[in-house]
Write a protein that binds this ligand. Structure first.
Ligand code: ACO
Length: 173
C-alpha cells in the first residue's frame, strides 16, 4: 500500500501538536502522526498485540471507538509511527488528559498503551513516542505526566526522563 500523507487522512487531532523536534529525529522512512480513522487497515491492533491481549472488534466498531475518542475533545491523543515503505503502523501510544478540581483546576496526562513492533524495537521508536506524548501533555497544561509499567520496563522509562514514584494498585473485574 502506498504511503498516505496526513492531508488525505481524518486525524484524531491536529498533526502540529506533535513536536517538530521529535519528527525531525525519526529515520526518513518513518512518519509520526496522530491516529487516523483508517488506521484499522494499517495494523493498529496488530501492534497493540505486542503489549497485551487484543480482541478484534471489527472495523466498524473500531471506527466508532475512534469517533468517540475524537468527540471527547482535548482528551485523547493517540499517535502512531508509520513505515512509509509499507504504510503499516510500527509503533503506537496514547496520552489521556484528566481534568481535576485540585491544583487550580489542573490536569494530569496519563500515558497508556505504548507498543513497538517486535522487529523495530531498540531503534528509539519507543523513546520518540514518549517524547511526543509528553510534549502534548505539557503543552496541554498538565502539571505532571504519569504511567504504569512493569519492573522490566522501568529502565526504558528512566531513559525517557521518568522516575519511579509510589505504587500501582489494580482490581480487575
Ligand atoms: N530494559 C532496559 N533498557 C531498555 C529497555 C528495557 N526493557 N527497553 C528499552 N531500553 C532502553 C534502550 O536500550 C534505549 O537505551 P539507549 O538510549 O541507551 O540506547 C532506550 O531505552 C530507548 O529505547 P527504545 O529503542 O526507544 O525502545 P523501544 O523502541 O524498543 O520501545 C518498548 C520500548 C515500548 C518497551 C518496546 O520494547 C515494546 O513495545 N515492548 C513491548 C510492549 C511494552 O512493554 N510496552 C510498554 C508498556 S507500559 C505502558 O504502556 C505505559
Amino acid at each position: 500500500m502506498p504511503f498516505t500523507p496526513d492531508s488525505q487522512l481524518d486525524l484524531l487531532f491536529p498533526a502540529e501538536y506533535i513536536s517538530n523536534e521529535v519528527k525531525s529525529q525519526l529515520h526518513e522512512d518513518l512518519h509520526i502522526r496522530p491516529l487516523a480513522s483508517t488506521d484499522y487497515k494499517r495494523g493498529h491492533l496488530d501492534i497493540l498485540k505486542v503489549l497485551t491481549v487484543v480482541t478484534d472488534p471489527g472495523e466498524d466498531a473500531w471506527i466508532s471507538q475512534f469517533n468517540a475518542f475524537k468527540a471527547a475533545s482535548n482528551t485523547y491523543y493517540s499517535i502512531v509511527i508509520v513505515d512509509k515503505q509499507t504504510d503499516r503502523i510500527v509503533a503506537v501510544g496514547t496520552v489521556f488528559i484528566e481534568r481535576k478540581f485540585l491544583r487550580g483546576l489542573g490536569s494530569v496526562g496519563h500515558i497508556e498503551d505504548i507498543a513497538v513492533d517486535k522487529n523495530q524495537q531498540g531503534k528509539k521508536l519507543g523513546l520518540r513516542i514518549i517524547q511526543a506524548l509528553t510534549g502534548i501533555s505539557e503543552n496541554s497544561g498538565c502539571y505532571k505526566t504519569i504511567l504504569n509499567c512493569s519492573d522490566h520496563n522501568i529502565p526504558f522509562y528512566q531513559k525517557c526522563g521518568y522516575e519511579k514514584k509510589e505504587n500501582e494498585m489494580a482490581k480487575y473485574a
